[in-house]
Design a protein around this ligand. Structure first.
Ligand code: 5RP
Length: 230
């Protein structure tokens, strides 16, 4: 799928114009966009400012030579570019495989256009059909949030480190719970509301009514552009 991710990332990077303020998402697909923006800064005097969505995207942006700013210093982003784990036919998303969904949502919400970069493996008829829904929690709220997710019909567990003992700790110092919904999520809006109303949940990986555009890269290098109906 790397050719597909590269095609989506590089085509989306072409939307960036001089003077724009751009949200810089996290993940392997968006990394192709960040590298392409970096090349244009070096080779064709593109001037942009980026707001990173994670320590990972901040480090990659610095490596690519993309100047950075913060949401305290600017009041709006022209574009946010980011990947997704699942995309529904309505362009709703599950994000957060990389544990960056909380900052990704903050940044996407400040953007006039939220451009999502994917490949065909991310398409689902129903959110939660293929991937888990990540939920970022205050560590002491883990038990109550696990019980809330169980009440919503999910099989939920704490995400554990691979090369570090104990739970994965996010960029914010919180923990992650991964919720598996057998057969997908029946009512994403209800899950969204319930989790938002649960004390101790910082945020979760459902991005409903947020994506304005999805660029789906294909292995032959072609890119399909989908847009949300207004
Ligand atoms: C990180 C994310 C990523 O954007 C999502 O997991 C897609 O990643 P990739 O482009 O590597 O498939 O939400 O939290």
């Amino acid at each position: 799928m790397n050719d597909a991710k590269k095609a989506a990332g590089e085509q989306a990077a072409e939307l960036v114009r001089t003077g724009m303020r751009v949200g810089l998402g996290t993940g392997s697909t968006t990394a192709y966009a960040l590298r392409a923006i970096g090349r244009r800064i070096r080779e064709s005097s593109l001037h942009v400012m980026g707001v990173p969505t994670s320590f990972a995207s901040e480090r990659l942006a610095r490596e690519c030579g993309i100047p950075l700013t913060t949401l305290d210093d600017i009041d709006e982003l022209d574009l946010a570019l980011d990947g997704a784990d699942e995309v529904s036919p309505d362009l709703d998303l599950i994000k957060g495989r990389g544990g960056a969904h909380t900052r990704e949502k903050v940044v996407a919400a400040q953007a006039r256009r939220f451009i999502v970069l994917t490949d065909p493996s991310k398409d689902v008829d129903r959110l939660g059909a293929k991937r888990v829904l990540p939920v970022e929690v205050l560590p002491m709220a883990t038990g109550p949030v696990l019980r809330t997710l169980s009440g919503l019909g999910a099989d939920a567990s704490l995400r554990m480190g691979r090369e570090k003992d104990g739970p994965v700790v996010t960029d914010q110092g919180f923990w992650l719970i991964d919720a598996q919904f057998d057969g997908g999520i029946d009512d994403p809006a209800h899950v969204d509301r319930t989790l938002r109303d649960t004390p101790g949940v910082l945020d979760h990986g459902l991005f409903l009514d947020m994506a304005t555009d999805v660029f789906v890269g294909h292995p032959d290098g072609s890119v399909e552009h989908r847009q949300r109906d207004e």
